[in-house]
Design a protein around this ligand. Structure first.
Ligand code: ADE
Length: 245
């Protein structure tokens, strides 16, 4: 998969050289390219923004600069598997389901806005030319720009690409997996740490009981921390013992 990130702060994306995503790039599993939007500005000051029509505070990013950048970066506009991603606090919420859907794309282009955002005609224009465009929020809070959201999207999608996570089983049980539950608590050695003991069942070697305990923990934790997720659980995924929790 190819992912392009366009930003006025390309250094913000330096963290993508590290860890699993960095390794995926080196191994050729992920073709990640970071671009400086100012490379497509045309004036001496490399201007990318201007004052908002209609008045108001702040600056808006210019559509002409963005379209020059995106025309260069989008490989094949309108082709299947090409998606323009625009992080914005007014977008639809980006979830694990979104990451799963996007992991099958050919190219993601993430356009990081700053200031008051990108001139609305940019999204309109690319939609009209047949490009799939997703305006997404990573949560109900306001950041200074789309760069942190771009990091989130690249990591969440990148780790789902074949070969990126060493043991694919670790993708199976984690929070926000297909079961719709948060992950159960985990423990390692020492079994007694300063008088705090690991739950007995985990030392029992009884796989059935361990699985039941973990599921109960996941259900209780999800009910306590994220009642909204419990409300959305598919009843068909619950078993008889689940209903007792
Ligand atoms: N840009 C600013 N805030 C954001 C958010 N919460 N999600 C995505 N992009 C943003």
């Amino acid at each position: 998969m190819r992912i392009d990130v366009v930003s006025i702060f390309p250094d913000y994306l330096a963290a993508l050289d590290l860890s699993l995503v960095g390794k995926a790039r080196t191994a050729g599993l992920l073709d990640l390219r970071v671009h400086d939007l100012r490379d497509w500005a045309t004036d001496r000051h490399r201007t990318v923004d201007d004052t908002p029509f209609g008045g108001g505070a702040g600056m808006v990013m210019r559509p002409d600069v963005w379209s020059r950048a995106l025309d260069d970066v989008i490989e094949e506009p309108g082709a299947p598997g090409v998606r323009l991603v625009v992080p914005t606090p007014s977008g639809e919420v980006f979830t694990q389901r979104t990451a799963e859907a996007w992991a099958g794309e050919r190219q993601l282009v993430v356009a990081c806005g700053r200031y008051e955002g990108i001139d609305a005609r940019v999204v309109e224009h690319y939609r009209a030319t047949g490009v799939e465009v997703s305006e997404v929020s990573i949560g109900d809070y306001v950041l200074n720009g789309g760069e942190v959201a771009a990091l989130v999207v690249v990591e969440a999608v990148g780790r789902l690409l074949p070969g990126v996570v060493g043991n694919p089983e670790s993708l199976v049980e984690e929070s926000h997996g297909a079961a719709g539950l948060l992950e159960y608590p985990v423990y390692t050695k020492p079994a007694d740490w300063d008088g705090r003991e690991v739950p007995d069942v985990l030392l029992s070697g009884h796989h059935g009981r361990i699985a039941r305990w973990r599921r109960d923990q996941a259900l209780e934790r999800t009910a306590r921390r994220r009642p909204d997720l419990v409300a959305r659980l598919d009843p068909a995924t619950l078993d008889r013992s689940d209903r007792d929790v």
